[in-house]
Write a protein that binds this ligand. Structure first.
Ligand code: NAP
Length: 369
């Protein structure tokens, strides 16, 4: 394939005011992003040119957005106003000035919201060895970062390794954002790999809850309904939760602090309730951490990178044996439009589905080409 001379990219224009959601529509007032066409730079040593194939949509991208000069600690490189927005994704190497990657390699990397990205070789997570002929989408969903997050959150932060491959255990495990990419895998690992007695999920609609129960939860409640806490109380029936896998923070975390078993563990994975407005992730009921002698362990998937091969083997075996289902594990949106610019205006709108309640079940992906 010949090297293109131009690139169409979605640039992060301006942060929304504090405590407000982003404006994903570039045609509306005060858009957060704008689409631009620019000349493609030439490659420097150690860089590769990637053609975007699939973008991952992740809530954490919201936490990357910053004003220039904002030097607060970041767990991963931020994206500043005026820079091209970035995402995890899969792309094909079109040109290379790296000894590690050659034309035709397909890689999992942090790339740009653009048709082509120039990235340093260090931004590549791994080369995809697709000798098994699996759909590329698997490497951003059931075998990707979000699945590993579910696994390490339960096994490492939740310290549940000793339950792996138990058919029946007394475990009670709860998870928020249970219809999402991470949460839906947490449900399946908890039920089908750890044999949990009670798996409780929370999701934002009755339809989402129905699916969460189909894949393994014993109870899923719609956290937007008024009586959701009462339903969980009744289901627990004087039992207490061993591990709560927290994806959201705020009200739901506060509730579970009061439902934990003595010495229970909370795997603190994310706090999406507060990504647009930090006030919504605030926590009450803190004294339960003391009175129930709880451990709350924050974790990042990449802190376990040495254990990824072992975890991937366990997840692949679980997929092969049907313990983790792949059929509805991801949803792919294709970019529609007459040209690249029109197509790329869709990207922020699709990503924003993560925050506005309309996200389809499982992992949300964008097919670029
Ligand atoms: P996702 O679940 O596929 O999408 C986000 C989901 O969050 C939506 O489906 C939505 O579901 C739910 N949500 C949105 N706003 C909410 C709110 N105010 N209260 C409760 N739920 C809300 O995303 P994901 O990739 O699996 O990420 C889930 C969490 O894991 C995020 O907090 C993310 O930052 C975190 N994460 C952490 C790591 C790590 O290494 N620690 C790695 C990956 C992801 P509903 O319709 O049910 O509301």
């Amino acid at each position: 394939m010949s090297v293109p001379s131009e690139v169409t990219e979605v640039v992060f224009k301006r942060l929304p005011p504090p405590k407000e959601s982003i404006q994903p529509d570039t045609t509306k007032a005060n858009p957060t992003f704008e689409v631009k066409t620019n000349k493609l730079d030439s490659l420097k040593d150690g860089q590769i040119l990637i053609k975007s194939l699939i973008f991952s949509n992740d809530p954490t991208q919201r936490t990357w957005l910053r004003k220039p000069g904002d030097n607060r600690r970041a767990y991963i490189a931020p994206v500043y106003e005026g820079e091209t927005m970035e995402a995890l994704g899969i792309g094909e190497v079109i040109d290379s000035k790296s000894d590690k990657f050659k034309q035709g390699d397909v890689v999992n990397a942090r790339i740009k919201w653009a048709d082509y990205s120039i990235i340093n070789e260090s931004s590549v997570f791994n080369k995809i060895d697709n000798t098994q002929g699996l759909p590329l989408e698997y490497y951003l969903s059931v075998l990707g970062m979000t699945s590993l997050t579910a696994f390490f959150g339960l096994i490492e932060a939740g310290q549940l390794k000793k339950y792996l491959n138990k058919r029946d255990s007394d475990l009670i495990i709860a998870v928020s954002a249970a219809s999402g990419a991470v949460g839906s895998i947490v449900v399946q690992i908890a039920k089908h790999l750890l044999g949990a007695k009670k798996v409780i999920g929370l999701a934002g609609s009755d339809a989402k809850c129905k699916w969460v129960e189909e894949i393994g939860a014993d109870l899923c409640v719609n956290y937007k309904s008024e009586n959701y806490q009462k339903k969980i109380d009744e289901f627990l029936d004087n039992d207490w939760v061993d591990v709560y896998f927290d994806n959201v923070g705020g009200e739901i975390l506060s509730y579970f602090l009061s439902k934990m078993k003595e010495f229970g563990r909370i795997a603190a994975c994310g706090s999406i309730a507060g990504y647009n407005n930090p006030d919504k992730a605030l926590v009450s009921n803190w004294f339960n951490v003391v009175s129930s002698t709880l451990t709350i362990e924050g974790f990042l998937v990449m802190q376990y990178k040495d254990k990824i091969p072992e975890a991937t083997k366990i997840l692949s075996d679980a997929i092969k044996s049907g313990k983790i289902q792949t059929e509805k594990a991801y949803h792919v949106e294709e970019l529609k439009g007459n040209d690249e610019r029109e197509k790329f205006t869709e990207i922020p709108k699709i990503w924003n589905l993560l925050f506005d309640g309309d996200k389809p079940n499982g992992k949300l992906l964008i097919k670029v080409k």
